[in-house]
Write a protein that binds this ligand. Structure first.
Ligand code: SF4
Length: 213
């Protein structure tokens, strides 16, 4: 099978497996989505959702966070990593959103990065969810899967990120981003990938090597 056909099969298999792939973060509006993404750094989506089930009941717009005591916020989120830094930086983000953006989260990578603690990754993840924007942000899951199937041979997610956008067609990138994260999380996980039942066996170099040994 040539590379083009492999990519086609890879993409269609993922889209079939996760036809409604979206972020697993729970939110009710775009402001909450941005906050949830910021909270999820170095923490699982599951843990963020657990905290936000209660927290988002009180936090619907930037002013709600501004009106709370910082210690009160920390109490809400103290089960997630780096909660002190996260609470303080998200507070600053809320101030800026209120003062400079009329409480509306901007839909532009550069504008988003003007918010404290919003890096290019955050901006791309946010826009791929809200706007289906053509970004494929490479996290450890995406990096692992792309290396296992051998679309890339890289050592770090950062190296993979520099070339991953060019593997897939632009129109597929947002969907690929969401499906790959789910696929890496639930099918092709780091310790025990479900190779024996995987529909990507035909295009996967890792699986072929497994069978050879
Ligand atoms: S065959 Fe195994 S290693 Fe390859 S993509 Fe599927 S689960 Fe991952």
């Amino acid at each position: 099978m040539n590379k083009k056909d492999k990519i086609k099969l890879f993409t269609s298999t993922l889209f079939e497996l996760y036809p409604d792939a979206l972020t697993e973060l729970v939110y009710e509006n775009e402001f909450q989505l941005l906050i949830a993404i910021l909270m999820s750094a170095q923490t699982t989506d599951k843990q963020v959702n657990k905290v936000n089930r209660n927290f988002f009941h009180y936090l619907k717009k930037p002013q709600d966070w501004i009106d709370m005591w910082v210690d009160e916020i920390k109490d809400f989120i103290d089960s997630i990593s780096f909660f002190n830094n996260k609470a303080e930086n998200i507070y600053k983000t809320c101030i800026l959103l209120k003062n400079e953006y009329k409480n509306i989260v901007p839909h532009d990578v550069d504008e988003l990065q003007k918010l404290p603690w919003v890096w290019v990754k955050t901006a791309k993840v946010f826009l791929s969810v809200t706007d289906n924007a053509p970004f494929l942000w490479v996290d450890t899951h995406v990096h692992r899967v792309l290396n296992r199937v051998w679309f890339v041979t890289t050592k770090t997610p950062l190296q993979t990120d520099k070339i991953a956008d060019n593997i897939f067609s632009k129109g597929d990138l947002a969907m690929i981003h969401n499906t790959l994260i789910l696929f890496g999380r639930y099918n092709c996980n780091a310790r025990k990938p479900n190779c024996e039942t995987c529909k990507l066996q035909e295009v996967c170099r890792y699986y072929k090597n497994l069978k050879r040994n």
